[in-house]
Design a protein around this ligand. Structure first.
Ligand code: NAG
Length: 107
């Protein structure tokens, strides 16, 4: 039999856990304020030009045709201006926007 105090503890535990989980999913990627001074120097030789990195702060090379893009938090990068990141989810798979894609020319 569950006593009053232990069920209260259970509630606390599950509330705490859901808070932790929610925080985790929201702030797993914590970018903070963009300080360009903290960026490493711009990469050299970006045939596709620059784009902003994962926190929309530092310059990184844009991805070219057939290079991977997207992914969790967009970790795989963004396509060059004239390209789009196409994802091809497997049949039955939900599109979450976190999939890995391939840069292709816009149609
Ligand atoms: C990209 O991949 C497609 C399909 O594999 C291929 O036909 C095409 O030549 C590739 N393009 C470049 C620029 O590598």
């Amino acid at each position: 039999m569950i006593t009053q105090s232990s069920s209260g503890l259970l509630v606390l535990l599950s509330v705490g856990l859901s808070l932790i989980l929610r925080n985790y999913s929201v702030s797993a990627l914590s970018c903070g304020v963009c300080d360009p001074e903290l960026c490493s120097p711009d990469p050299k030789d970006c045939p596709g030009g620059f784009t902003k990195g994962i926190c929309n702060c530092c310059n990184v090379c844009a991805k070219l045709v057939n290079e991977s893009c997207g992914g969790n938090f967009g970790l795989l990068g963004k396509c060059a201006d004239n390209l789009r990141c196409y994802i091809s989810p497997k049949v039955g798979q939900a599109i979450t926007g976190q999939e890995e894609g391939i840069c292709k020319g816009k149609k």
